[in-house]
Design a protein. Structure first.
Length: 81
């Protein structure tokens, strides 16, 4: 799932290279970094080259919110060095 999201985001104008980590499972369970049919997405971390632009950050955030049906406070987008 992470690689599919990375591929999608990297094809969006202005995003550039990206790395994604998706957290799933119960709150406080920091050991589960994979998606399964039984687990909901509880958080997404994105490092993107284009994250220096507020418009790009907003586009990434809105895409993730729509895809995983999660709130903005569960998404962190950082500028890749």
């Amino acid at each position: 799932m992470e690689s599919r999201l990375e591929e999608l985001l990297s094809n969006v104008e202005g995003v550039g290279e990206v790395e994604v980590i998706i957290m799933t499972g119960d709150e406080g369970n920091t050991e589960n970094f994979s998606i399964s049919s039984k687990n909901e997405v509880t958080g997404v971390l994105v490092a993107a080259q284009g994250a220096g632009s507020a418009v790009t950050v907003q586009n990434i955030q809105q895409a993730i919110m729509a895809l995983f049906q999660i709130d903005a406070n569960k998404i962190r987008i950082m500028k890749m060095k």
